[in-house]
Design a protein around this ligand. Sequence first.
Ligand code: HPA
Length: 232
Amino acid sequence: MASFHLEAKVGEIAEKVLLPGDPLRAKYVAENFLEDIQCYNRVRNMFGYTGYYKGNRVSIQGTGMGMGSCSIYINELIRTYGTKTLIRVGTCGAIQEDLDLGQVVIATGACGDNSANMLYFEGKQFAATPDFDLLYEAYNVSKEHHIKVIPGTIFSTDSFYDDVPNRWQRWIEHGVIGVEMESQALYTIAKKHKVKALSILTVSDNIITGAAASNQDREQSFMDMMKIALEV
Ligand code: HPA
């Protein structure tokens, strides 16, 4: 059996799944970090692979950008394939001036404007938080490997482009450190289904200063983020 958007047979996807937005990242990580890999999904070119990392079975599935797209894959992974642990590996734009480009961030909570959450919770707000054990473990792994991580609250938005002046001011005042487009949905869906979720992000740009990470910054921080996600 397959799901609407994934052609894998039940059993072909591991209980732990890493979730990059970019399907080519999924391919790259599978080919460079995992052993004995099998590509289980090519539908819409949203590649998904299962392999082994240090003997442990793990899958990596592209989600596309935004909560509309990633929610589809997250729901199907959990509902059809029995995924128990979901770790997003992505990027965020910083909204605090002192957050370095390339910095690894662990999202301890996700505010957001996800339209599905607004409908689902009838206009009230759900506090979207990660699984504590995963968060604790990821933090410890980063310490063991001497990788500097910033734990902090992020904001997940449905709209990348907008013309609102000072759009992030109120969120900056409340200590939110970065903006991306997936984690609020990931954390919410995971809680509903009683599975574990965490978002590990690297800072690709600074929305306030306009700075963008160099390829070298991106490469190093990507490796650091993957190390944490795979070791957890
Ligand atoms: N906005 C939204 N999502 C992002 C950004 C951004 O500036 N950078 C990386 N993901």
